[in-house]
Design a protein around this ligand. Structure first.
Ligand code: DQA
Length: 138
């Protein structure tokens, strides 16, 4: 089973960025843990701070991979383009967020991803990614 985790802007700073919200661990370290926890999956990882690169990656994998775990970060709340890309592809997308976006500023309550996601996992720290991967196990 081929699954990709796609992270959006500023998530390359995990471990350094607002640790009281996002924790102390880098995503690269956490990705190693995920790979050892889900050996039955072929796991890939992509991060970009650029909206168009995220859309191109979604299009590239969206007709051949079995799943996308997407944390579009701030673009979640602004990007009609990423929302349209998810609508356009065949691969199911699980939207994840590290923090509970609903307990934060009101601009974080809107998502252009959710309407076309298969499911949404919010607020469990990095474990949100783990829970999303579990959802692909039949
Ligand atoms: C986030 C929540 C977003 O509102 C924020 O812009 C992020 C990270 C999260 O994982 O909690 O960059 O997607």
């Amino acid at each position: 089973m081929k699954i990709i985790i796609i992270n959006g802007p500023n998530l390359n700073l995990l471990g350094k960025r607002e640790p009281e919200i996002y924790g102390n661990q880098t995503f690269e370290d956490y990705f190693e843990i995920l790979k050892s926890k889900f050996p039955q999956m072929e796991l890939h990882y992509f991060q970009s701070n650029i909206e168009g690169e995220l859309i191109s990656k979604i299009q590239e994998v969206g007709f051949s991979y079995d799943g996308i775990v997407l944390n579009a970060a701030a673009y979640t709340h602004t990007s009609i383009g990423i929302g349209d890309a998810i609508k356009a592809i065949e691969t199911p997308v699980i939207e994840v967020h590290i923090s509970n976006t609903f307990s934060r500023e009101s601009f974080r309550h809107q998502s252009f991803i959710s309407p076309n996601a298969k499911g949404v996992i919010i607020g469990f720290g990095l474990m949100s990614y783990d829970l999303a991967l579990q959802s692909f196990i039949k």
